[in-house]
Ligand binder design. Sequence first.
Ligand code: SAH
Length: 472
Amino acid sequence: MNCSVAARCGGCQLTRMTYRQQLTHKQALVEKLLAPYCPVEPILGMTNPFHYRNKVHAALGVDKRGLPLSGVYAAGTHRIVPVKRCLIEDERASRIIQTIMELLPAFKLRVYNEYTGRGFLRHVLIRTGWHTGEILVVLVASSLEFPGKRAFVAELRQRHPEITSLVLNQNDRHTSMVLGRREPVLFGPGYLEDMLCGKRFRISPQSFYQVNAQQAEILYQTAIELAGFTGEETVLDAYCGTGTIGLCASDHIRRLIGVELNPDAVRDARENAQRNGVANAEFICEDAGRFMTRLAKQKQAPDVVIMDPPRAGSDMPFLRSLLALASKRVVYVSCNPETLARDVAVLCAGGYRAEKAVPVDMFPWTEHVETVVLISKGEIDSKKVRVEFSLEDMDMSGFQKGATYEQIKAYVLKHTGLKVSSLYISQVKRKCGLDVGQNYNLSKKEDAKVPQCPPEKEAAIMEALKHFQMLE
Ligand code: SAH
């Protein structure tokens, strides 16, 4: 791929390969990890693997002459690599970002400076609808005071009548999180709508939505086919986001229950059920592991469990409860084959059998790959295994609650450019009431003074802990 910033941007790792080579590479990766459990079908790739990203995030900064520039953070830093034209992002979004950059000086709007805390606009986030063509623009600013707002909005709309909604998001924190909580709507409905598998979905600025909608349809169809619904099933859609997979399946099942942690996404999911006239669905806002534990206690087994956890994979409370409930079929959708293989190992050791895996290329030019695995329960096997199997015998080292110190350090470095020590991480964890494990606070020398974590690093570590869901 002919991208001039590939090396400095770091977003795409496979630019030196042809698209066919990438597919072979991803196929081999999934096969290597899943070979012990099941056969892997050929990866489902794209015909045109460009400009597929429907979520575009531009970080803003200034160049040496003080002129505003937009782009991406160079890997592991907060230095901006200017990007005018990205080969994987929606081109309509790139053009809108360029216009916003041009308008800033004319409207005397300044780009936010992370070091001084002064200036207005921090990021621009754009989400586009694949089937609807709708475009939601989110201006992330340090304040809700937007001088010249009306004129700016009018000018932007005039130049880009394709924008269907504009939202101002206030992020006044000194952290690497892109979006803050307050987000007044400047025009339009304040959310995006898109179609998937013939259903219409509403997606709020903060809700998860697959970044490649074209391939998401293929992913969902694959998951639905593998589930082999008869129309009689009660289905749990765990980690359901805005309810997309379950609602796409709702015509083929008796009852749908979705569980999701993000309240915005749950609100969207309920709204999505209503607007598609789906009457057999309910959505619950809760940690998926906790919800499954409750189901297991009440012995209420769904017939089919669809699970689509984030990169960290599922957790032991969830998997243990799934084993106890012994649902007939599990369709595991995963964006990280390593945690997928780890979780499949647990389910197979507990009496399930992985039938087959289908990789789907949702992220061409990057090293990421999505995989759907059908896991089912053989009746006779399950009784036999239940006697033999004990969770206590298994190696659970991959499931330590949350992330390792190394993962936290890497996350903080990538998102803030700050280096933090294990000592600082342990101080912040202890402050938050988390288990620290080793006692990092004890200095080797008795009288040595222990340095204390500065506030900026503390905030960065807290963000990482939240990212890894170690904090509420
Ligand atoms: N199935 C959806 C979303 C998948 S992304 C889709 O295809 O669009 C994973 C989702 O899991 C996100 O919406 C995230 O908010 C949610 N999530 C993360 N941790 C969770 C947890 N512990 N319990 C429930 N949901 C969780």
